[in-house]
Design a protein around this ligand. Structure first.
Ligand SMILES: NC(=O)c1ccc[n+]([C@@H]2O[C@H](COP(=O)([O-])OP(=O)(O)OC[C@H]3O[C@@H](n4cnc5c(N)ncnc54)[C@H](OP(=O)(O)O)[C@@H]3O)[C@@H](O)[C@H]2O)c1
Length: 241
């Protein structure tokens, strides 16, 4: 029987790459995002392998019903990846942008991941993963809400990992931490070591299937994360990042 997965944020970028890889691996994949035309383009490449559900994760009162409908359409979902997210430079601290980032990356994120955790709790296990970021290790002045929201996501995933272990659930929780990946979001000013989407997707899926708690994409970003953690505040505060 076909395996079933959901990728939230599959209309472009890393989520789309992961959805395509899952289909090549024999999965039927539920794909979501706001840009329905892009989701339909992906669907048309393999109509028997995708189920489309278009919704906005900022509209958090409707997230649970949208995800439940999608899961019912798919059948038994064993793997869930949360890839939706937003982020851009905002050194002027434009408030509307900061709030929009929090809606998507904090409130939307929490509502989606919460639903997925409870789904797997009822199911008796599964692979649950979300794409956070290296940016979550420190507060960056060029993108305060983005770095703060990614830090929130990393801590939320850590809390779920602890909950799953302490409750004896068979839910593996994978926190995926990319550096820069070759997508609209990852190609901004100052980007370096930009990894191709396909290479990133292969490393992500391999880590999720091996039930790893945390993975850096690509692997060399582990050392950047370590460096970021070790820089003393007195020095970090003087660098414009
Ligand atoms: N690319 C990088 O270098 C990099 C590095 C570290 C972390 N990340 C993280 O990786 C994740 C994927 O980003 P990406 O690089 O693949 O960028 P992307 O191509 O812009 O993909 C973002 C995805 O999120 C969806 N999305 C955004 N806001 C949404 C909303 N309000 N409701 C529903 N879906 C929404 C988008 O779909 P619609 O626009 O169709 O709604 C799209 O499918 C993000 O969480 C990002 O923070 C990326």
């Amino acid at each position: 029987m076909d395996k079933r997965a959901i990728v939230v944020g599959a209309s472009s970028g890393i989520g789309k790459g992961l959805a395509e890889l899952l289909v090549r691996d024999g999965y039927v994949v539920g794909i979501t995002g706001r840009r329905e035309a892009l989701l339909n383009d992906l669907y048309n490449t393999a109509p028997n392998s995708y189920v489309v559900k278009s919704f906005d994760v900022d509209d958090y009162s409707n997230i649970e019903s949208n995800l439940s409908e999608l899961a019912n359409q798919l059948g038994d979902v064993e793997l869930f990846i949360l890839s939706s997210g937003t982020g851009k430079r905002n050194p002027e601290l434009e408030l509307s942008y900061e709030i929009m980032t929090l809606n998507t990356n904090v409130t939307g994120f929490t509502t989606v991941i919460n639903w997925a955790y409870k789904y797997f709790e009822k199911r008796g296990g599964g692979y649950l993963s979300a794409i956070t970021s290296i940016a979550g290790f420190r507060g960056f002045s060029m993108s305060p809400s983005y770095s703060a929201s990614k830090s929130f996501q990393m801590r939320y995933m850590e809390a779920l990992r602890q909950k799953s272990r302490c409750d004896g659930n068979k839910i593996s929780i994978t926190d995926i931490r990319p550096g820069f990946v070759d997508t609209a979001m990852g190609n901004g000013e100052g980007a370096f070591w930009i990894a191709p989407v396909q290479k990133s997707s292969v490393q992500i899926l391999s880590a999720v299937k091996r039930r790893k708690g945390v993975v850096y994409i690509t692997k060399r970003w582990f050392f950047v994360a370590l460096f970021l953690r070790l820089i003393p505040n007195a020095i970090f505060e003087r660098v414009r990042l």
